[in-house]
Design a protein around this ligand. Sequence first.
Ligand SMILES: Nc1nc2c(ncn2[C@@H]2O[C@H](COP(=O)(O)OP(=O)(O)OP(=O)(O)O)[C@@H](O)[C@H]2O)c(=O)[nH]1
Ligand SMILES: [Mg+2]
Length: 366
Amino acid sequence: MLRLVLVGGFLGAGKTTLLWNAAKRLRSRGLAVGLITNDQAPQLVDTALLTRAGVSVTEVSGSCFCCDYQGLLDAIDELRNRRVVDVVIAEPVGSCTDLSATIVQPLKDKLRDRLVVAPLTVLVDPARMADLLEGGTAGLHPGAAYILRKQMEEADILVLAKADVLEPGEAVALRDRVRAAHPGATVRTLSSRTGEGLEEWLEEVMTRSDAGLHLAEVDYDLYAEGEAALGWLNATLTLEGDPAGWNAFVRRLLEGLAERFRSSGAAVGHVKVLLDAGGTFVVGNLTGAAEAAELRGSAGLSPRAELTINARVEMPPGDLERSVRWVLDAAAADGIGWKEHRWRCLSPGRPEPTHRYGFVVEPESR
Ligand SMILES: Nc1nc2c(ncn2[C@@H]2O[C@H](COP(=O)(O)OP(=O)(O)OP(=O)(O)O)[C@@H](O)[C@H]2O)c(=O)[nH]1
Ligand SMILES: [Mg+2]
């Protein structure tokens, strides 16, 4: 039977990177894998990136999985219509929580004949985890930190991601503190970058079928407030300019944005950009205004490039749009012209889940 693996966690926690690495390993075991991305608006860097990596991927955009339950089912069907699929790995929007009640329980209840749901995995960035354990907000709006806490509370498997950024002793100590705070979850450390802990996590999600063991008590007013604190921008542009300068352009853009958000005191959820010049591409990420921009890949020597920007930052959408336009103009000052194709800027609306179960669906009551 088809296995569905849900990988949740806050913005920038490392979900898409894990999806890609997991898909590669499962493929090498001879399994057919499909991936599903999810966002409040179309034009996703994640989808573009995974597609370029040669995986079968589809997206649910315009709403989170919980508010578009049917959209998730349709996406699973779309993957199955393309070819036989053994495993689907799906990444819900990073600002989404209450997935156990709104997705996992309904799936266990309604689709028991069609799929097995793996334990709900939630990734947490260690840079945020330490402060949250101290009762802090990890530099986020209290409502956004509330979402992150609820994500951890409902996890079946709680993963301290990006373990490579910690010293080995530090990782073990932090993991033990998370275990003490979340005794009902399996707590793991994992690094998609080094591969540490990846096989063990895969083994667990590929063999266990006791998904959704916990429900978090979620106050939807606070949840909505946390989502509304985030400005959301998805844009696609065409650039024209010096073919040798694309990587430097992406760096200027991300550093300019980091500086702009720092000076306005706006916390960064995640800013990701994908620049494709003649079939080769460079990806840039910013997971905090104080964090260094990360660039991977290298753009080709084409005078034209396509740029996709996805930014989730704690500022009103209008301010976010003005900031991005201003930094784009500054970064493009050295003879680069840009023309926008699609530009969506919004603040996520109040979550209104399609289903919400107030109880854990037991195997015998299915
Ligand atoms: N050091 C380190 N960085 C990682 C690891 N996994 C992901 N990252 C980096 O973290 C950033 C965010 O990664 P993504 O996989 O895009 O995160 P995400 O959770 O999918 O983000 P959203 O889709 O915006 O919610 C990128 O810069 C990644 O390269 C890891 O294992 N180690
Ligand atoms: Mg992602």
